[in-house]
Write a protein that binds this ligand. Structure first.
Ligand SMILES: [Zn+2]
Length: 251
């Protein structure tokens, strides 16, 4: 546990140096992890579309099959009616059969028309399927490349990252929970991840706003926690960073 203000500031500075090293590794990976997950989403979308089109084609083919069966059924009926017409006893019976034949012919025409429509639809869907298949293949290739890139970077930096995480964990143990939470909250809010900064000439090393002279004296005295009035970062005397560097970071 921390003892004096100096210990606390030094522990926080150490933590900051380690965290900055970890940030650097993450910066190196850049947006690759996000790009990979975006590509995975895209690929899933295209694959879903492809499956849907394939199902639609299958269902249209089934419709054609049904229509063909109907045509065959009605053709059979027509043949039967024509045979019956040879043996009718009167005109009324003959006309009745003629009407049945007309109806069956109409049904056949309708089915033939439907089949042509279904075939047109299948042609269109096949074209769409071809395009979508190309898109799926493209995305797959792109994803593989990005994944490989990411794997190389991760394997290059993984050991270092693991080590850093352990050192950060160890360094954090030297800071009281409330100060640690404060530090982490500030870090989260800062785009460059810097929560502990030294002064740069007469300005805050984080936001570069001028620091009042009285604050400078207090920074040298190391007697209390000092926060930048402009950005809220923890300000420490430059010597802390020098000491941390000189003494070496905890392994
Ligand atoms: Zn500042």
């Amino acid at each position: 546990m921390e003892n004096t203000i100096t210990d606390r500031l030094k522990a926080l500075t150490t933590l900051q140096v380690l965290d900055s090293k970890l940030d650097e590794i993450h910066r190196l990976r850049g947006s690759l992890p996000e790009e990979v997950s975006d590509l995975e989403d895209d690929l899933e979308g295209f694959e879903t579309r492809k499956r849907r089109i394939e199902e639609e084609i299958k269902s249209l083919n089934n419709d054609i099959k049904e229509r063909k069966a109907r045509i065959e059924e009605f053709s059979g009926q027509i043949k039967k009616y024509e045979e019956q017409q040879m043996n009718v006893k009167n005109n009324r019976e003959f006309d009745a059969l003629r009407k049945e034949i007309e109806y069956a012919n109409l049904e056949i025409l309708t089915s033939e028309k439907k089949i042509r429509q279904y075939q047109d639809q299948i042609e269109q869907k096949k074209e769409l399927l071809e395009q979508t298949t190309l898109q799926v293949d493209d995305k797959k290739r792109e994803l593989e490349e990005k994944k490989k890139e990411l794997e190389v970077i991760i394997s290059d930096t993984m050991a270092e990252e693991e080590k850093l995480n352990k050192r950060i964990e160890a360094a954090a143990k030297h800071v009281e929970a409330r100060h640690l939470n404060g530090y982490r909250k500030i870090r989260q809010n800062m785009r460059n991840g810097l929560a502990v900064v030294s002064t740069d000439r007469l300005a805050c090393g984080g936001c570069f706003s001028i620091i009042p002279p009285q604050m400078h004296i207090e920074l040298k005295q190391r007697s209390r926690m000092i926060y930048c009035e402009n950005c809220g970062r923890i300000l420490v005397d430059e010597s802390f960073f020098n000491e941390v560097e000189e003494e070496g970071l905890p392994a």
